[in-house]
Write a protein that binds this ligand. Structure first.
Ligand SMILES: CC(C)(COP(=O)(O)OP(=O)(O)OC[C@H]1O[C@@H](n2cnc3c(N)ncnc32)[C@H](O)[C@@H]1OP(=O)(O)O)[C@@H](O)C(=O)NCCC(=O)NCCS
Length: 190
């Protein structure tokens, strides 16, 4: 019973959006967005070229929710239109990762910011001492703007051994102080 009380509610409503835990029924909608090159303009190598990659992603989100009580959501408008995936996922470093990938038709309406605000709120309720962090490339200022508006601050910028488009740097953002181990993990995986 205590566990149930600590588990965030199944469906969260914001001003304009309905946020629900991912289920296998969301795979086709998610794949349409994650295989759309426009949603990977800043990191083309990440595009999902087969459905199995999206199946893995959805399974990881379902597993993460089962283990940590919270994971990224399916995002829909109040009238049921699919918007994408967004929210927080717990990482191996004990920090939440805030992320979002939305249908291009839904960009520029403040939806990512609305999801991010709800995600930070739920993350703080679920594991209050765990920082909410974000990792972004410097060629993606819209994503950085969403992190900033959600209350995160830039704590690192640089390159890693991971391939990055020419002239682009990687950034780490957080809303709480990080331990040395958490910081090192985030930079390694930036
Ligand atoms: C990044 C993404 C989630 C933003 O979604 P969105 O719903 O359009 O975002 P919002 O409307 O909530 O906010 C975007 C903010 O970025 C700002 N912005 C947009 N383009 C910008 C640019 N080129 N430079 C600076 N700021 C920019 C907007 O003005 C807005 O800030 P404001 O509300 O203060 O005006 C969406 O474009 C997306 O899914 N992109 C593909 C996937 C992706 O890049 N995910 C992030 C990976 S780290």
């Amino acid at each position: 019973m205590a566990h149930q009380l600590l588990t965030p509610q199944q469906e969260i409503r914001t001003d304009r959006l309905v946020l629900t835990p991912l289920t296998p029924a969301d795979i086709d909608d998610a794949h349409a967005v994650f295989s759309d090159a426009r949603t990977w303009e800043h990191l083309p190598a990440g595009r999902h070229t087969d459905r199995a990659t999206t199946v893995d992603l959805v399974q990881r989100k379902i597993g993460g929710r089962a283990r940590h009580g919270l994971a990224s959501w399916t995002v829909r408008t109040a009238d049921g239109a699919y918007v994408g995936i967004g929210g927080v996922d717990m990482t191996a470093a004990g920090v939440w990762n805030l992320g979002y990938r939305l249908d291009p038709a839904a960009w520029g309406k403040g939806f990512a910011s609305e999801v991010a605000a709800a995600a930070v709120d739920q993350a703080h309720r679920t594991a209050p001492s765990a920082p909410v962090t974000g990792r972004v490339l410097t060629n993606n200022p819209a994503s950085a703007a969403v992190l900033r508006k959600a209350g995160l601050s830039l704590v690192w910028q640089g390159t890693t051994s991971a391939v990055t488009p020419d002239g682009v740097l990687r950034q780490v953002w957080t809303d709480h102080e990080l331990t040395d181990d958490q910081f090192a993990w985030l930079v390694r995986n930036a």
